[in-house]
Design a protein around this ligand. Structure first.
Ligand SMILES: Cc1cc2nc3c(=O)[nH]c(=O)nc-3n(C[C@H](O)[C@H](O)[C@H](O)COP(=O)(O)OP(=O)(O)OC[C@H]3O[C@@H](n4cnc5c(N)ncnc54)[C@H](O)[C@@H]3O)c2cc1C
Ligand SMILES: *[C@@H]1O[C@H](CO)[C@@H](O)[C@H](O)[C@H]1NC(C)=O
Ligand SMILES: *[C@@H]1O[C@H](CO)[C@@H](O)[C@H](O)[C@H]1NC(C)=O
Ligand SMILES: *[C@@H]1O[C@H](CO)[C@@H](O)[C@H](O)[C@H]1NC(C)=O
Ligand SMILES: *[C@@H]1O[C@H](CO)[C@@H](O)[C@H](O)[C@H]1NC(C)=O
Ligand SMILES: *[C@@H]1O[C@H](CO)[C@@H](O)[C@H](O)[C@H]1NC(C)=O
Length: 519
């Protein structure tokens, strides 16, 4: 194996000088080294030299490569072929990898663009994987460390929520995180994060005390209210635009088992269920212990309503849900149970495990309106009919209340970049989750769903209920969630990017996900 010698000596110098865990700024001499590196360099070989056993290739004998690829949720992400996959086991490993990739980027070496993956649950191709580049798979950064006073958990980005909640449940503790067992920590936390506990504590990102993050320079820094405070705010919604988060220190609170489950109703109850959601989504009366996800499901000619209803106290049938339970139901699984019981239940019903199918998420935000919810249901119904030739089509339209009392909680912990602090309305988040069997239908489904949401946006605008917020964690590849944060937040993110990543490594060499300039 021919090694890129200058790259190795630069990296050696960096690794020798780097004080453990502290901020470091190493400036390689780009002019002097670029020519030689371009001729001799291979990023995967260099990474392999510095991170032995942690770089994996697509060969029948390397199970780690195959396991990593198969762990993506969607077929679109699984179908990409990185040249190599780096599986770091420490923040220092991530720092080494980013440092090498940053030099390679400055040398304009080819095949050295990279992707950052936590659990790989974002459906669109390239968000957390890359064709012909390098994927950094953070799956082994899956520590869950609970402070001795039980006030803080330090969790690795590569965790899936079940792995975080199992030890917390055992101690009657919890945190503001995802609602589905298989979903990952890294993407959800850096994109916002909607939780069963959001009524009490806001978004998941608003409950992070400290982010440990690897910057473009390879430096490992803390971002919190007192250290790198602009980076701290930027990471609350900034996704993969500023660095690789290697640890989240999050707020813990006491939490025992609580009441919840899935309520199944016939589509004949549609109007009454929509009226219920609309009445429920009012800040003045919102019960902070209540959480609701209502899914309208079209599955092989059958339409159903499945509501995930949770109340984070051990109180069965609280009054806030009474009108919903007064409606006729097909079945319900209501019970008092620990958090993981509910995240497992939704994982099973939402097909959250990987399989060979294509997936698409698309979202919009609107001011609470029962009339618009009905209109949107009709638009989806027509779209599903027009897609009747698509094999294995499963279409879910989900409504989730997003009242002012939830999103305004972020101010108390220093704010985020989602931009919702500009508003005072009670919103509804609409999410379309679409899956189908054959990649040959991808273009047809994408076109139909994009048209559906364009029509829906026009309708919402004409009714005066449209809002520009596009929840990044639910956004389709063509949507622009960073723009939806508002111009001031977009400028702020660009400023923070300029100061922490002056050469735009994470904008240019990490092409996946939603970039600051283009989305
Ligand atoms: C079945 C299902 C259920 C879901 N439930 C919820 C829910 O309850 N609440 C909610 O808010 N969202 C939910 N989501 C959406 C979810 O938040 C996103 O899909 C999220 O991106 C998943 O995180 P991940 O780590 O698996 O993502 P990945 O696909 O690994 O990454 C997503 C993006 O984040 C970036 N990224 C990941 N880790 C890091 C890191 N450590 N540092 C910097 N950038 C990083 C990646 O580069 C990528 O662009 C759900 C999604 C699915 C498919
Ligand atoms: C970088 O290398 C170039 C070319 O060898 C040289 O002219 C320049 O002085 C070097 N810069 C530094 C800061 O060492
Ligand atoms: C958790 O709470 C339950 C119910 O109150 C109690 O029985 C159990 O002992 C508690 N466990 C711990 C570790 O505190
Ligand atoms: C913030 O970062 C500084 C510097 O690393 C650290 O000493 C401090 O403990 C951090 N604060 C929190 C809340 O983690
Ligand atoms: C489905 O395919 C058949 C056969 O190609 C065609 O006649 C029909 O119009 C298609 N239906 C839709 C809704 O596209
Ligand atoms: C961005 O940086 C410029 C120059 O430092 C500053 O004038 C401006 O106020 C900043 N904007 C935001 C939104 O932070």
């Amino acid at each position: 194996m021919q090694l890129p010698c200058l790259l190795i000596s630069l990296a050696t110098a960096f690794l020798t000088l780097r004080p453990a865990g502290a901020a470091t700024a190493v400036q390689p001499n780009v002019t002097a080294t670029s020519k030689e590196l371009t001729n001799s360099g291979s990023c995967c070989a260099t990474l392999d030299y510095f991170l032995p056993e942690k770089v994996h290739y697509n060969s029948l004998t390397d199970l780690s490569y195959q396991t990593s690829i198969l762990s993506y949720w969607s077929q679109q992400e699984q179908s990409l072929n990185p040249i190599c996959i780096v599986i770091p086991t420490s923040s220092e490993d991530v720092s080494t990898a980013v440092f090498i990739l940053d030099i390679a980027y400055k040398m304009s070496m080819s095949g050295c663009s990279f992707a950052i993956k936590s659990a790989g649950h974002t459906p669109q191709a390239g968000a957390a994987n890359i064709e012909g580049g390098i994927t950094i798979d953070l799956a082994s950064l899956n520590q869950v460390i609970i402070s001795s006073d039980q006030s803080i958990a330090s969790i690795g980005p590569g965790n899936r929520w079940a792995n975080v909640y199992t030890p917390l449940d055992a101690l009657n503790l919890s945190m503001v995180g995802g609602r589905v067992s298989d979903v990952g920590v890294g993407g959800l936390m850096t994109g916002g994060g909607v939780s069963f506990f959001s009524g009490r504590y806001g978004f998941a990102c608003d409950n992070v005390f400290n982010f440990e993050v690897v910057l473009a320079s390879g430096a490992i820094v803390d971002a919190n209210a007192t250290s790198n405070p602009t980076l701290y705010r930027a990471l609350k919604g900034g996704s993969n635009n500023l660095g690789v988060v290697t640890r989240f220190d999050v707020r813990l609170f006491q939490q025992g088992s609580f009441w919840g489950g899935t309520l199944t109703q016939a589509i004949t109850e549609k109007q009454d269920v929509i009226d219920f959601i609309s009445n429920f989504d009012h800040s003045a009366t919102y019960d902070p212990y209540a959480a609701l996800i209502t899914n309208f499901v079209w599955d092989a000619g059958i339409t159903l309503i499945l509501s995930d209803v949770e109340y984070t106290k051990p109180t069965p049938y609280p009054p806030t849900f009474a009108p919903l339970f007064a409606l006729p139901a097909v079945a319900n699984t209501m019970r008092i149970a620990p958090l993981t019981s509910f995240t497992d239940e939704i994982a099973l019903s939402s097909d959250s495990t990987t399989s060979e199918k294509s997936d698409l998420f698309t979202t919009m935000t609107f001011i609470n309106s029962a009339i618009f919810m009905s209109e949107l249901w009709d638009l989806v119904d027509a779209t599903v009919t027009s897609l009747s030739n698509v094999t294995g089509l499963l279409f879910t339209l989900t409504f989730q209340p997003l009242p002012y009392v939830i999103y305004s909680k972020s101010a108390a912990t220093g704010g985020n970049v989602l931009g919702l602090d500009r508003f005072t309305d009670d919103f509804v988040n609409a999410l379309a989750v679409v899956s189908w069997a054959l990649p040959t239908d991808d273009a047809t489904v994408y076109a139909a769903v994009q048209q559906l949401f364009d029509t829906a946006a026009a309708k919402a605008k004409s009714m005066g209920v449209w809002n520009e917020f596009v929840y990044l964690n639910y956004a389709a590849p063509w949507q622009k969630p960073i723009t939806g944060y508002g111009q001031a937040n977009k400028n702020f993110l660009q400023n923070v990017s300029k100061s922490y990543d002056p050469d735009s490594l994470f904008q240019k060499a990490v092409p996946g996900g939603f970039k600051l300039a283009t989305s």
